[in-house]
Design a protein around this ligand. Structure first.
Ligand code: MN
Ligand code: MN
Length: 270
């Protein structure tokens, strides 16, 4: 059979961040960590980039921080990737990018199941007057009917407004108290995975704009991911802020998560 092919697409934008700029610089540092001689190209299950699946790096999109125009560029790149028979893996950027990505994927595949790792539910109706804030992408996705099931893992910042939004939209939030990977449902495909690095504990992912203690362990994220059996049609890794990283730890983690996401998606195609 054909080797599964992934397209790595960088989205250097942080104009919809609410607190600190910085994630626009993330795609370059994730890419550098991914291809560095510091590590190799194997995922934990033994599958290797270039042998068991292809990971083609398409570089960064020329985003301009004009949100409607940038959204159109993102949708076009994702659509091209899908039409080429690849699985797009997007490197943020802040989390606002997930909305145009999911718009493009749902246009090809219909409403998606979404597995969302994050400290924050990102379902504000708007945040500080910006409906396209990085605190709001899943509100936009749900309103547009692009998602038939949204499962959130790692959430530990629910305020009253977001609790009301979650109830209104039927968002499934796996409690962080007494968390165990087997409490996360195994979703039906087509599946989209959105991975905000601040879902992981700041001790393992310090390089984020909104560190929130008490988060997921990397091993737990990998266990949740590996339990998923559905066809994965796309994924993003977002919210790395290199300004706050130490010794590239979060960039190295983001690169590992790209490998593991691709390996899981490749396995699920077989
Ligand atoms: Mn987020
Ligand atoms: Mn977050």
């Amino acid at each position: 059979m054909l080797t599964p092919t992934f397209h790595l697409i960088g989205l250097p934008t942080d104009c919809n961040s609410s607190f600190a700029r910085g994630p626009a610089a993330a795609p370059g540092v994730i890419r550098a960590a991914l291809w560095s001689d510091r590590g190799n190209l194997a995922a934990e299950d033994g599958q290797e980039i270039g042998l068991d699946f292809q990971l083609e790096d398409l570089g960064d999109l020329p985003l301009t921080e004009a949100t409607p125009a940038d959204d159109a560029l993102i949708r076009a790149a994702v659509t091209d990737s899908l039409k080429a028979g690849a699985i797009p893996l997007l490197l943020g950027g802040d989390h606002a990018v997930s909305f145009p990505i999911v718009e493009a994927i749902a246009a090809q595949h219909g409403p998606l199941s979404i597995l969302h790792f994050d400290a924050h539910p990102d379902i504000y109706d708007d945040f500080e007057g910006n409906p396209r804030s990085h605190a709001s992408p899943f509100a936009r996705i749900l309103e547009a009917g692009l998602c038939r099931r949204l499962v959130q893992v790692g959430i530990r910042t629910l305020n009253r407004h977001c609790r009301e939004q979650a109830a209104r939209f039927g968002v499934e939030i796996v409690p962080i108290a007494d968390f165990a990977p087997d409490k996360v449902p195994v979703l039906e495909g087509p599946l989209y995975v959105s991975l905000d690095l601040d879902g992981i504990d700041p001790s393992e992912a310090p390089g984020v704009s909104h560190p929130e203690p008490g988060g997921l362990r990397v091993r737990e994220v990998l266990a949740v991911l590996r339990a998923q059996t559905a066809r994965i049609v796309g994924a993003d890794v977002v919210e790395l802020n290199p300004r706050f990283d130490t010794n590239d730890r979060t960039a190295i983690l983001a690169a590992k998560l790209v490998r593991e996401l691709a390996a899981t998606a490749a396995r699920n195609l077989r």
